[in-house]
Design a protein around this ligand. Sequence first.
Ligand code: IPD
Ligand code: CA
Ligand code: CA
Length: 263
Amino acid sequence: MKRYDVLTLEFAKGLAQDMGKIIKSNANSLNWTKTKSGFYDIVTNVDVEVEKIVKKSVLSAFPDDSILGEETGTTESSASDRRLWVIDPIDGTTNFSKGIPHSCVSIAVVEENEPRIAVVYDPFMGELFEATKGYGAKMNGDEIHVSNISDLEQAVINTGYQYSAEKMREKVLKDYEAFFGKVQAIRVFGSAVLDQCYVAIGRIDAFWEYSLKPWDVAAGSLIAKEAGAVVTGIDEEFSIYSNSILATNPTLLPKMLKVLTSA
Ligand code: IPD
Ligand code: CA
Ligand code: CA
């Protein structure tokens, strides 16, 4: 691995763990929660504080890089836009605001639209997921791999909803109905980033969702891919800007796509 990538990865891991401490220690004492675009779309003081610290730390360590964060948008670098850091300060904010211990901080370094380095930290489980393109994925230092479940009837699959994406409502409900009775279980955990990490580590066998944003998929998709998952769009190519994602173990891919594209 290139020395600069090793340096970046170690920096991102340290930062994610520091942010995790802030997230965990504030979990039961929020200063404020506000709605954003609709009553379902919320932000807390901790989302904003964590994003500010991440931006400041990244820019002081790597002043030539740019940053895209969910809560504060893009900071364009004056020097170059060679590397873009894509940050979700808390993925799973609704869980976090309710004291449900299932959320994480997500940090990805993207080059030419492709995630190259990914770090996700869940402070409630103490789980640090990481990946570098071409070098596999790890959780707390150990290599991780997707499951080998090949039968839909044995598969536990996971999805999530963008409540703001009203236009997807019909599709989401049809998908749900189409899988009903065909899989072992369908879960909605409330953190798309952890869903992708859970595919990577084989806790769930496949994950799909529509209308996610780059900060919801940049780190998670690389971790899933590097652990052996296939990450694709549904009826489209996948990129961090695409409208859909399916992350699945390779053997389930045709079966998942068949249901999703015919629903
Ligand atoms: C949300 C979570 C959720 C997913 C939503 C996302 P946020 O991100 O990942 O699981 O279903 O689509 O917006 O708002 O908690 O960062
Ligand atoms: Ca998110
Ligand atoms: Ca968020």
